[in-house]
Write a protein that binds this ligand. Structure first.
Ligand code: NAD
Ligand code: MG
Length: 384
């Protein structure tokens, strides 16, 4: 059994925390050899002092001195955007796990692939924006893309390599904090209410996306690229308990589901140890305390994000990147108190309507569409 040498980009976030826990839990199977973060020098140094990776990277160059004063050993230190790309190419590494929120993980993901490393992807933005480019690069270089997002990790487990026999992929969604909120109340919900996720504890951006259901929309597109399944075969069901993490229906009508408590350590560990399964200290499901598992159809009319994402995924080209970028700008404006909750999807729809989609875009066209959508969304919000 080989011990996997892993570089973690986005080491100070919620997924980063869980990844460090997994490394601590299965040391014979996983070794952290690189850690990177945006600007939290103290937290990066603290994590590095415990796990002792040979290299670390802080994107915010103004905090490098602070980082150095906090370190209790002498790793190689990379800095800035370029540093992030360099640590993604570090030698003697088996896997790069990308857990950066937003679009900054895209270049490093391609760097990791080009330098022959397997990719573990938590950042759904990468496949939403550039699914075609990233999957083609991985195929060409012969490296694996392993899903960390819990739904995709569940599907990956259920598929077990049999993507051609799939009838439907069913993504489960908790429904977020407003699952039962009447449509006419959505205009008044507060940032605080939107940040209270019922079942998962995650970073602020993805938590707001879970409340609008854009998270599930992004995941539909992510599933399409990861598993090569047409958008029309990717469906969503609301499952408030977040115990079934997703399901696959096969050609014969049989359906497989993957279940566990809602703890990201489960999918992270499987992405690292695949195709093996190894013991850990995570709690197994206790059926004496699970009261019920419920499933409902989504409220498509009241949460338009799902249909917007389906349209983006079916149209393809630059439209998913545009949807993703407009949503990022709108979520930031909502968090700053500059937009009401429903204006998040209204802004995204407005920007998508104005976009002229480029089919089969290369990386430059994708990044140009991303920038265009940010400017459009910012202008649209400025007028509100
Ligand atoms: P978070 O906000 O908790 O952490 C974000 C991390 O990204 C931090 O370590 C930060 O330093 C780093 N980062 C941010 N901007 C950066 C930049 N420009 N350059 C380099 N690093 C940067 O976010 P999170 O909840 O851990 O989510 C990370 C990604 O994983 C997101 O794409 C999210 O959609 C996805 N994801 C998260 C969860 C979850 O449970 N948290 C589940 C599934 C998928
Ligand atoms: Mg998910």
């Amino acid at each position: 059994m080989k011990r996997k040498r892993v570089v973690v980009l986005g080491a100070t976030g919620s997924i980063g925390d869980s990844t460090l826990k997994v490394a601590h839990d299965i040391p014979e199977r996983m070794e952290i050899v690189g850690l990177a973060a945006n600007s939290n020098a103290e937290k990066l140094a603290a994590a590095a002092n415990i796990t002792r990776p040979k290299a670390i990277c802080l994107v915010d160059e103004r905090k490098i001195d602070l980082l150095r004063t906090r370190l209790k050993y002498e790793p190689k230190i990379f800095a800035g955007q370029n540093g992030l790309r360099e640590i993604a190419r570090l030698e003697d590494v088996d896997m790069v796990l990308i857990a950066i929120v937003g679009t900054a993980g895209l270049h490093p993901a391609l760097d990791a692939i080009e330098s022959g490393k397997d990719l573990a992807v938590a950042s759904k933005e990468i496949l939403v924006m550039a699914g075609e480019v990233v999957t083609a690069a991985a195929r060409k270089r012969g490296v694996k893309i392993l899903p960390v997002d819990s739904e995709h990790n569940a599907i990956f487990q259920c598929l077990d390599g049999r993507a051609s026999e799939v009838r439907r992929i069913i993504l489960t969604a908790s429904g977020g904090p407003f699952r039962e909120t009447p449509a006419n109340r959505l205009g008044d919900v507060t940032v605080e209410e939107a940040l209270k996720h019922p079942t998962w504890n995650m970073g602020p951006k993805i938590t707001i996306d879970s409340a609008t259901l854009f998270n599930k929309g992004l995941e539909m597109i992510e599933a399409h690229w990861l598993f090569g399944v047409e958008m029309k075969r990717v469906e969503v069901v609301i499952h408030p308990q977040s115990i079934v993490h997703s399901m696959v229906e096969f050609a014969d009508g049989s359906m497989l589901a993957q279940m566990s408590y809602s703890n990201m350590c489960f999918p992270i560990q499987y992405a690292v140890t695949w195709p093996d399964r190894v013991p850990n200290t995570l709690p197994p499901l206790d059926f004496s305390t699970l009261s019920k598992l419920e499933f409902f159809p989504p409220r498509y009319e009241d949460f338009p994000a799902l249909n917007l994402a389906r349209r983006a995924g079916e149209t393809g080209g630059t439209l998913p990147a545009v949807m993703n970028a407009a949503n990022e700008v709108a979520v930031a404006a909502f968090l700053n108190g500059r937009l009401r909750f429903p204006q998040i999807w209204l802004t995204v729809a407005q920007v998508m309507d104005r976009h002229r989609t480029v089919a089969h875009p290369d990386l430059d066209a994708i990044l140009a569409a991303d920038q265009w959508a940010r400017a459009e969304a910012t202008a649209a919000i400025g007028k509100k």
